[in-house]
Design a protein around this ligand. Structure first.
Ligand code: PLP
Length: 420
C-alpha cells in the first residue's frame, strides 16, 4: 500500500461509506505534534505562538490549537468571531486585516489586539478612541514566498505600512494618542529562511523607532516540504538566529523584546488529506495524456491551479488489485468544467500539464491528495459548477473518525437565492 501518512485502507472504506467522497480528513496527532514543535521555538525573553487561522478555520481544528496553548492570528473580523465562538478568549486573538471593519471597535474594546496595516487604518482606529495600545504592521521592503502570489513583502505587495512611511505612521499615532506596543511583519508563505532571518533584523530597526514597543511579531511563512524534493524550514535553526539578534538588541538598547510568530502552513499543511474517488478516465492517444478525473478538484484544492503548487497524490485501488496495476504517467484533473482545474500542473506553472508516474488509476479507486491542510478547504472555488462543499473529518488521537463539518446540502447551496 502507498504511504498515506495517517490513513489506513479501512479508514478510506469507512470514510466513503460514512461521510462520502470527497472528504477532508485531519489528523489530531499531527496537529498536536506540530503545535508542540512550535511551542519549542527558541526565544530569549518570552514567546507567544499564534495560529494563522485562515489556513484552516474549522472549529474542531481551532479547539485543538486552543488546548495546545496557541493564540490566534485573524485576517478578518469574521475570523475573530469564528475564533471566539470556538472558545478562544479575546485577549489571545490578534487581527491583521486588509479590511478594517467598523464593528472592530467593539472587539478592540473586548481585548482583541490589532495590528494596524496602513496609514488609513491608523487614522480610522485612532478616531474611534478605543484607548487600547496597538501594533503596527510594516512592509519591510523585502519579501519572500514560494511564488509571487505568496510573497507579501516588497514594493509589489500591498500588505502593511510601507517602510518609508514610518515617520508618517509615527506622527499619526502621536496625533491620535495611540500607544504602539507591537511591531508586526509577515513577508510571505514558503519564504526563504535566510530572507526570513534578514527581515527579523530589519524589523528590529522598526522597533528602535518606537520606544514603547515590547513585542515583535515576525508572522509566519515557514516552508514545509510537501514533495520529496522540497526542503522544509528548520524552526530550531531560524529560531536560534532570531534569539541571538534579540539578545544583541537587548545588549544595545536594554530592551528585552517578546517574540511572537504566527504560522498557518507549518501547523496544518501535513495534518490533512483529501479523500476522493476516481469517477472517470479519458485518454487522448499516443501524443496525448491519460486523464484521471476525480469527484473533487478546484472546489477543494485550488493551490495547484493558482500557483502550480505540488501535492503528493496517491491512487489507491482495492488491495487485491494492486499487484495487477502498472505504473504509468497520468494527469489528474478535477470535476469542474474548466481546463485550469488541474491537480498535476508543472511546478510553479499552473498552465502546463505535468503527467506524473503513478499506479494506473481505474474508475472507483480512491485518490488521496496529501498535505492539503493549509489553504485548501479554506481557499477554494466553493460551489463552482454547483458542487456542494466537501465534508471534513477528524481522525482523533484514539484512532476513530469523527465528522467535524457536514457536507453542504443542495438546499444550503441555493438557500440565499431570491426570485423577484
Ligand atoms: C497568512 C498569514 C500568516 C501565515 O502564513 P503561513 O505561510 O501560512 O505560515 C501569518 N501572518 C499573517 C499576517 C498572514 O497573513
Amino acid at each position: 500500500m502507498t504511504n498515506l501518512q495517517f490513513l489506513t485502507h479501512e479508514d478510506l472504506e469507512q470514510i466513503r461509506m460514512e461521510f462520502g467522497t470527497p472528504s477532508f480528513v485531519y489528523d489530531e496527532n499531527t496537529l498536536r505534534n506540530k503545535a508542540q514543535a512550535l511551542q519549542a521555538f527558541p526565544h530569549a525573553f518570552g514567546f507567544f505562538p499564534r495560529y494563522a487561522m485562515k489556513a484552516a478555520p474549522t472549529a474542531a481544528v481551532l479547539r485543538i490549537f486552543n488546548e495546545a496553548g496557541l493564540g490566534i492570528d485573524a485576517s478578518s473580523i469574521f475570523e475573530v468571531e469564528r475564533a471566539v465562538r470556538s472558545g478562544f478568549g479575546t485577549e489571545s486573538i490578534s487581527l491583521s486585516t486588509q479590511e478594517l471593519a467598523d464593528d472592530f471597535r467593539y472587539w478592540a474594546q473586548d481585548g482583541v489586539k490589532i495590528n494596524l496595516c496602513s496609514l488609513n487604518q491608523i487614522q480610522k482606529f485612532g478616531s474611534w478612541k478605543v484607548g487600547e495600545p496597538v501594533g503596527l504592521r510594516f512592509n519591510p521592503g523585502t519579501g519572500s514566498g514560494g511564488t509571487n502570489r505568496t510573497n507579501v513583502g516588497g514594493p509589489s505587495s500591498s500588505f502593511g505600512i510601507w517602510k518609508d512611511d514610518l515617520e508618517k505612521a509615527r506622527e499619526l499615532c502621536d496625533q491620535f494618542d495611540l500607544q504602539v506596543e507591537r511591531i508586526h511583519t509577515h513577508i510571505g508563505s514558503g519564504s526563504d529562511p535566510e530572507v526570513w532571518k534578514n527581515v527579523a533584523g530589519m524589523s528590529l530597526d522598526l522597533v528602535r523607532a518606537f520606544p514603547s514597543v515590547h513585542t515583535l511579531n515576525l508572522g509566519g511563512g515557514f516552508k514545509v516540504a510537501r514533495m520529496p524534493d522540497e526542503v522544509a524550514t528548520d524552526l530550531q535553526e531560524i529560531g536560534e538566529s532570531v534569539k541571538t539578534i534579540f539578545e544583541d538588541f537587548a545588549r544595545d538598547t536594554g530592551r528585552e523584546l517578546k517574540l511572537e510568530v504566527e504560522p498557518g502552513t507549518f501547523l496544518v499543511a501535513h495534518a490533512c488529506c483529501l479523500v476522493s474517488s476516481i469517477q472517470d478516465i479519458t485518454d487522448t492517444g499516443t501524443d496525448g495524456y491519460r486523464f484521471i478525473k476525480l469527484d473533487a478538484g478546484m472546489t477543494e484544492v485550488l493551490r495547484p491551479s493558482l500557483y502550480g503548487a505540488q501535492h503528493p497524490i496517491h491512487i489507491v485501488p482495492e488491495p487485491e488489485q494492486l499487484s495487477s496495476r502498472k505504473t504509468v504517467e497520468q494527469v489528474v484533473v478535477g470535476h469542474c468544467c474548466e481546463s485550469g482545474d488541474l491537480l498535476t500542473p508543472a511546478p510553479g506553472d499552473p498552465e502546463e500539464l505535468a503527467p506524473r508516474k503513478m499506479i494506473e488509476g481505474e474508475v472507483g479507486d480512491f485518490c488521496v491528495i496529501d498535505s492539503v491542510g493549509a489553504y485548501c478547504s479554506s481557499m477554494t472555488t466553493k460551489n463552482y459548477n454547483s458542487f456542494p462543499e466537501a465534508a471534513e473529518v477528524l481522525k482523533k488521537k484514539e484512532g476513530n473518525l469523527a465528522l467535524i463539518r457536514k457536507r453542504q446540502t443542495f438546499e444550503q447551496l441555493i438557500e440565499n437565492e431570491v426570485v423577484p
